[in-house]
Design a protein around this ligand. Structure first.
Ligand code: HEM
Length: 581
């Protein structure tokens, strides 16, 4: 009997292997990376914390569409930006829904309820939450919570200023690991600006919410690369790893249940309050006219908090890293801040407070955009299902096949960007665009990632926060190019508009990031507040950029495996222009 089973397994593996070889030679199929295994396909490559880097390499080697076998399922990887945007933006019955195989594991974090993030059917509850939450992310809402965001940014700045690093010369050699600080800061931002809650994560040393969410994310993440862990833990709950995971998940569920109890106890939100918590309490089930079940609301609270803070904190951490390794760019940002009266220099009159309108500083925004291109924190991207038999770039796709848009590979591949590995903010400056590109960038000026809309029923109003790519940067006359040591001498002209379309840090189409405006408002506020007061230099471990790039790993979002340690230094008094250390 055993021999029979072994034989038939071997036989079916051989057949699948032969079929795959035959089909991969067919001219109708896109290229496929070598090294797939019978039955497993390319799956082992994908169960790795650096699989986004493998996708980047394959995209550069194989071109804009290539084929993976996930177990025995075909998965078409699309890294050509315009094709990816077309797939993601398709609406109506033929839209490409999210693939349950990929999103279902996150149900564990959301009380088993399909939420804004992991609902793959997109039926009534999804539509109701997406539409109901939209006002929380509108321009008007973001302006209303801006002072709260700025307060938290000021608290972080004060904490860093108070660190002996600044005052004690003997500690000048020590660099600060900025990422845990950023995580606490963005937890406090989403707490206050989204949920009207003071988490006190910045001050609290070991604030419980920080620990609880962190532990749950680790379990989720481990299980993403070890898919057998969850079933094994269900089978053998007495195993230490199962007990630990159950504790972490129970704590996160208890925490978010507590949130909902508190929100209900607050009573109906004030009509003028459009923060996330208030909008969540307002969402009604169109069938009954009453609220949705508690599990669905709690699940959405969990996903909005988790999706919101980790992404934004790592985006800011990577941006500080990129700024610190490009002193000329940093100097140019300082100049921009100085000209706007925002640079805080010791011995000089106090800088004016950062206002909402300052979030549009053009050169700073080009730097942030370039950092988000090189280090898109949701770099793993999104996996969708083909709604019907169709053709994609001439390749036949069958209903149910998977389509994967790996955002990191889109941003870092040669078919979308010239010299993609180079950090060059100048590629986003309108002064380097030709007239036809200016038109393109003006068309997409309401949104740096070129996204035309933000969700099924959200109007363009949501996008007005974005910087105007067409307005000229206010810089000293001498500076027209970035001058970064990392940028090649010849500035790429005429690319800002065209390349904007290749930016997908928040995905695209009706399932793009609902929190885009919140993310931009908070990331810009925090970074500008810090840049107005500190000069950043890389810690010694970060001097080798290739090492930092290679150390990237996916822990919910793309992080650096090497702590991002930066020296914080004060500015010197500006003379004619800003002098920095
Ligand atoms: C820089 C920060 C952020 C980045 C780069 C980012 C990126 C993304 C991306 C790429 C997606 C699509 C994921 C997929 O299709 O699998 C997404 C979805 C989502 N994001 Fe964000 N995000 C950020 C901040 C936020 C914030 C601040 C919130 C909320 C407060 C948020 C809430 C969500 C939600 C709920 C979804 C699912 C939306 C849906 O499918 O309808 N994100 N985000």
């Amino acid at each position: 009997m055993k021999a029979l089973v072994t034989c038939s397994l071997f036989f079916s593996a051989a057949i699948i292997y032969v079929l795959n070889v035959i089909s991969s030679r067919s001219s109708k199929r896109p290229p496929s990376p070598r090294g797939w295994l019978p039955l497993l396909g390319h799956t082992p490559y994908l169960l790795s914390p650096s699989c986004h880097l493998t996708m980047r390499k394959w995209a550069n080697e194989l071109g804009s569409v290539f084929l993976l076998n996930i177990l025995t399922k075909p998965c078409y990887v699309i890294s050509k930006a315009d094709l990816a945007a077309r797939v993601l933006s398709t609406r109506g019955p033929d839209r490409f829904r999210k693939a349950p195989q990929v999103y279902d594991p996150s149900l564990e974090l959301t009380f088993g309820a399909p939420t804004l993030f992991n609902d793959c059917k997109e039926d009534e509850p999804y539509q109701a939450f997406r539409k109901g939450l939209a006002p929380a992310f509108s321009d008007k809402s973001m302006r209303a919570v801006y002072p709260v965001i700025r307060d938290v940014a000021q608290r972080l700045k004060a904490r860093w200023q108070a660190l002996a690093l600044m005052a004690d010369p003997s500690k000048q050699g020590e660099a600060l690991d900025v990422s845990p600080w950023m995580q606490r800061c963005f937890l406090d931002i989403i707490g206050a600006a989204g949920f009207a809650k003071d988490f006190n994560a910045l001050e609290g040393g070991h604030s419980s919410i920080f620990q609880v969410v962190h532990d749950a994310i680790l379990v989720y993440d481990r299980r993403s690369v070890q898919p057998l862990e969850a079933p094994l833990c269900r089978l053998l709950p007495m195993l230490p790893i199962a007990r630990e995971a159950n504790r972490a998940m129970a704590e996160v569920r208890e925490t978010f249940s507590g949130f909902l109890d508190e929100f209900k106890a607050r009573g109906p939100p004030d009509v003028n309050d459009t923060r996330i918590w208030a909008q969540l309490m307002r969402v009604k089930d169109p069938q009954t006219g009453g609220p949705f079940p508690d599990t669905l609301i709690k699940g959405n609270i969990a996903i909005l908090l988790i999706a919101g803070y980790d992404t934004s904190s790592w985006t800011s951490t990577w941006a500080l890293y990129d700024i610190a390794r490009s002193p000329d760019c940093q100097r140019r940002i300082k100049r921009e801040l100085h000209e706007a009266g925002l640079l805080q220099v010791p011995g000089q009159p106090a800088a004016r407070p950062l206002e909402w309108s300052d979030l549009n500083l053009p050169y700073f925004n080009a730097v942030l955009k370039e950092s988000m291109r090189l280090h898109p924190v949701a770099g793993i991207g999104t996996v969708r299902v083909a709604p019907k038999n169709m053709e994609l770039e001439g390749f036949p796709i069958r209903k149910g096949d998977l389509l994967w848009v790996p955002i990191d590979a889109v941003h870092n591949s040669v078919h979308n960007f010239t010299d993609p590995t180079i950090f060059d903010p100048a590629r986003w400056l309108p002064e380097t665009s030709n007239s036809s590109d200016k038109k393109a960038s003006a068309a997409s000026s309401s949104c740096p990632n070129g996204t035309a809309s933000n969700g099924p029923d959200q109007g363009a109003a949501q996008q007005t926060l974005m910087p105007s790519a067409s307005s000229p940067p206010q810089l000293s006359s001498s500076s027209t190019a970035c001058g970064c040591p990392f940028a090649p001498k010849a500035t790429r002209t005429g690319q800002a508009g065209a390349q904007s379309k290749s930016m997908l840090p928040f995905s695209d189409g009706p399932r793009n990031c609902i929190g885009l405006n919140f993310a931009y408002a908070s990331v810009r506020t925090v970074l500008l507040s810090l840049l107005a007061s500190f000069w950043f230099e890389l810690g010694d471990d970060l001097k080798d950029h290739t090492l930092v790039e290679a150390s990237q790993s996916l822990v919910l979002v793309v992080q650096s495996g090497i702590p991002i340690k930066l020296h914080l230094k004060q500015h010197e008094a500006p003379e004619q222009s800003v002098r920095t250390p």
